[in-house]
Design a protein around this ligand. Structure first.
Ligand SMILES: NC(=O)c1c(N)nc(OC2CCCC2)nc1O[C@@H]1CCC[C@@H]1O
Length: 326
């Protein structure tokens, strides 16, 4: 089947399945037999597996990852976990830069980071001890995954200083672990995950931490929620300090005084993307000065002081087991 046909079929399936879901989950009045839903859902999964670049955030296969699971305890985020504004062209980045310059009254430095394709995670420490791990959920209410994050090797359980701290980052499954997991699941006749992000979400949001422990999850930490506790004035200093505290921080970052450096960075990582051992879906620009971030503030959904530039969807990728067939 060609991509165009798959795209048509997938959008039709998404429409139907989301209509069924709504009736089932919100009106408690299923429109169709479960068997019909399941059959169409499997059809969607198969197509998404064959054409991962056609997976959309509103696909029922993704929503399972984002709707807080009923069986995990809930956590309220004191500071909401915001999402990010997305742009899809360099011109829009320039518009963003103009907006910032106008609002601040002078040019600013940006901390430029890779946009890791995983799921957002919050980690809370009291007196230097990890006391809670939670998912973003809907931004205000997430799920308690404390026992599960204790099994992730590059999350420090104890900090070298007795700090009260909340940090946030991306939990992801390295591509090699994803390929291995899907091959194992295929051997056992289980459904396979559509992509590493989905696999990370499914692996982190487990009631049984022993299952999480086998999934080789990893993290890149990128935010200190209360930077006043570690005496830093910029995002780049915060990332340095987090590295010293033992967090796994992505090294492919730099401070840019203008957008030309950003243009080169985008070109470089659009090129390197397939070789990286983890998934990225773009880059992130953040006003580096934390006081300016505070002054610029947030809208209801996203901070005004940062923007995500999204790469175009990756060209059709053959998943590992397809290679084995050819
Ligand atoms: N995915 C990322 O690599 C990433 C990043 N490098 N930096 C941020 O900055 C946050 C902090 C303040 C608001 C956005 N967010 C990221 O991912 C976001 C979090 C929620 C939705 C995206 O995954």
């Amino acid at each position: 089947m060609d991509q165009q046909t798959a795209q048509t079929q997938l959008s039709q399936l998404r429409l139907e399945l989301n209509r069924y879901r709504k009736a089932y989950y919100t009106e408690d009045a299923p429109l169709v037999e479960d068997s019909v839903y399941d059959q169409k859902y499997q059809q969607l999964l198969q197509l998404e597996q064959q054409f991962p670049e056609l997976v959309t955030p509103d696909s029922p296969s993704q929503l399972v990852g984002d709707v807080p699971a009923s069986n995990l305890a809930k956590v309220t985020h004191e500071i909401p976990m915001l999402s990010m504004g997305d742009v899809f062209s360099f011109a829009e980045l320039q518009e963003f830069n103009e907006r910032i310059k106008n609002a601040v009254g002078h040019p600013v430095d940006y901390n430029v980071e890779l946009k890791i394709d995983g799921l957002a995670l919050s980690l809370v420490y009291q007196q230097g001890q990890l006391v809670q791990g939670s998912t973003r959920g809907d931004g205000s209410i997430g799920e308690d995954v404390t026992n599960n994050v204790r099994t992730i090797k590059n999350i420090p359980q104890t900090l070298p200083e007795p700090l009260d701290l909340e940090v946030r980052g991306e939990c992801f499954m390295p591509k090699a672990a994803f390929a291995k997991l899907n091959n194992q699941r295929e051997q056992n006749g289980e459904t396979v995950f559509a992509n590493p992000r989905n696999a990370a979400a499914g692996s982190l949001r487990q009631l049984n931490a022993q299952i999480t422990a086998q999934r080789q999850l990893s993290t890149f930490i990128y935010t200190v929620v209360n930077p006043q506790n570690i005496a830093v004035a910029t995002q780049s200093q915060a990332l340095e300090k987090m590295t010293q505290l033992g967090y796994h921080v992505n090294p492919e970052r730099f401070v840019s005084h203008d957008l030309q450096g950003v243009k080169a960075y985008i070109a470089k990582y659009q090129q390197l993307r397939d070789q990286l051992p983890y998934g990225i879906d773009g880059i992130v620009l953040k006003v580096n000065d934390l006081t300016l971030q505070q002054q610029l503030g947030n809208t209801v959904k996203v901070p005004r002081w940062e923007i995500a530039y999204k790469f175009p969807p990756e060209e059709a990728q053959t998943t590992i087991h397809q290679i084995e067939w050819t």
